[in-house]
Design a protein around this ligand. Structure first.
Ligand code: ATP
Ligand code: MG
Length: 422
């Protein structure tokens, strides 16, 4: 019974239209974005279609920070490419670089090993390398308004902070002070939000609709909070105000993952600067600790051809790829995304869904037919799947395979087999 449902599942995914990222096409996209040049900076036509394709199916994380602190180096490391120009002068990047990054997934590796699968397909996350912001960006300084607009399009900010000392690499403030750097960026985001909220309020109609009235009320409240130093994401919003709040597209309501860029000697231990960022992030009430990574080393590793060479190079510096994995998975977690798996001897695959997704909608991520004709989902929790060595029959005998209906709230790591009928 399980086998037939798997066959049913994969027969349909080959002609999927709702998921251009699925099935065999995934590999092509991955090769295109993850190992070769993602999209050349300035190629606006390609970018527009890229955003269209990803619309609704993928959220993106923007790498944000002061100029010349290693943003493009981090982007190159994440996308295993040298597609973004990285050089020792401020504003090397003007147009954003966009790339899809494979999400490292130990659970998927484990499932795939257990079943000895022919193919394994990770899920992806989009990263955008955005030009550096400087003081005055909200007033247009350093093309600031354009760069702020790029930040508006992403769902999460990976705030990269310079935590390395190197007299040869120019710092726009001439000395290393991670907290001052963070505050410079966040002040610009606050000022930009205040400007756009004031615009909303000055555009008030003579006879506003109830929706416009609500929007204005929310805008007024958020402005007051911002004036008091409270970011939009910390303003209390009632359920009925949520749509109005979202329509304001504020920069300071985006989740932030602080990421410390250190020299190779400090990757394992961190340094006094990373401690400062950690303290700052705790005081802000951040849900996760800052991530420590060496963008320079990781981007050099990404340039190497074989996995063997990469491993050797990393070992030479006593490093692992953990830094990148923490950036990718930290961003995903903060975006409220989780994975479920489909697993057979033919293919193991991770699928991304927002936390709180019900089984029917989760099935729709694979194909809209699964959602329309949903009958049930045979579900095994990840740990149970491992405990029975991937043996579904045994899982069933032990009562570890549940038959879940359309309203089941999918849990992170669930291994699922959808049954549907059209
Ligand atoms: N951890 C590090 N240690 C030493 N040098 C680094 C480190 N990370 C990046 N660099 C160097 O810093 C310089 C600037 O890097 P990069 O171009 O990636 O910065 P950027 O933030 O993208 O700059 P811009 O805002 O101008 O686009 C490069 O010479 C790069 O090699
Ligand atoms: Mg750059």
């Amino acid at each position: 019974m399980i086998k037939s449902s798997i066959q049913l599942l994969f027969k349909t995914t080959t002609t999927t239209n709702s998921q251009s990222l699925s099935s065999s096409s995934t590999r092509i996209i991955l090769r295109h974005y993850a190992t070769a040049t993602p999209i050349a900076a300035g190629d606006t036509k390609a970018k527009a279609s890229h955003f269209m394709r990803l619309k609704g199916s993928c959220k993106s994380a923007g790498i944000v920070g002061l100029p010349n602190i290693g943003k493009s180096s981090l982007f190159n490391a994440l996308t295993s490419s040298q597609s973004a120009a990285a050089a020792n002068f401020p504003f090397c990047t003007i147009d954003p670089n966009i790339g899809l990054v494979m999400v490292p997934d130990e659970r998927l590796n484990h499932i795939s090993k257990l079943l000895n699968t022919k193919s394994k397909v990770e899920t992806q996350l989009e990263f955008v390398d955005i030009a550096g912001l400087v003081k005055g960006a909200s007033d247009g300084e350093g093309l600031g308004n354009k760069f702020l607009a790029n930040i508006r399009q992403v769902s999460l900010i990976v705030h990269l902070v310079r935590c390395f000392e190197d007299g040869n690499i120019t710092h726009v403030h001439d000395h290393i002070d991670p907290i001052k750097d963070i505050e410079t960026i966040e002040t610009e985001l606050i000022l930009a939000d205040m400007q756009s909220l004031e615009k909303v309020l000055t555009e008030q109609k003579k006879r506003p609709t109830p929706e416009q009235l609500l929007r204005n009320q929310v805008a007024q409240r958020v402005i007051k909070s911002l004036e008091g130093g409270v970011l939009a994401r910390d303003v209390e919003i009632e359920e009925k105000e949520w749509a109005a709040f979202q329509s304001l597209h504020l920069l300071t309501c985006k989740p932030i993952l602080y990421t410390c860029n250190v020299g190779e000697a400090d990757v394992a231990t961190g340094n006094k600067y990373t401690e400062m960022v950690k303290e700052f992030s705790r005081k802000q009430g951040s849900q996760v600790d800052p991530v420590i990574v060496s963008a320079k080393i990781e981007s050099e590793v990404a340039n190497l051809e074989s996995e063997e060479m990469k491993k050797e190079f990393l070992q030479l510096y006593g490093l692992t790829h953990n830094g990148l994995s923490k950036v990718i998975n930290g961003a995903r977690n903060l975006m409220g995304l989780q994975s479920y798996y489909t697993a057979s001897e033919r293919e193991c695959r991770a699928w991304t869904i927002p936390v709180g997704t019900k089984a029917r909608a989760a099935a729709g991520v694979i194909h809209s037919d699964f959602e329309k004709g949903f009958i049930k989902a045979d579900t095994i929790a990840y740990q149970d799947f491992i405990d029975v060595n991937g043996d579904e029959k045994l899982a069933k005998e032990k009562g570890k395979q549940r038959q879940e209906g359309p309203n089941y709230l999918v849990q992170d790591g669930d291994v699922m087999f959808f049954k549907f009928n059209l």
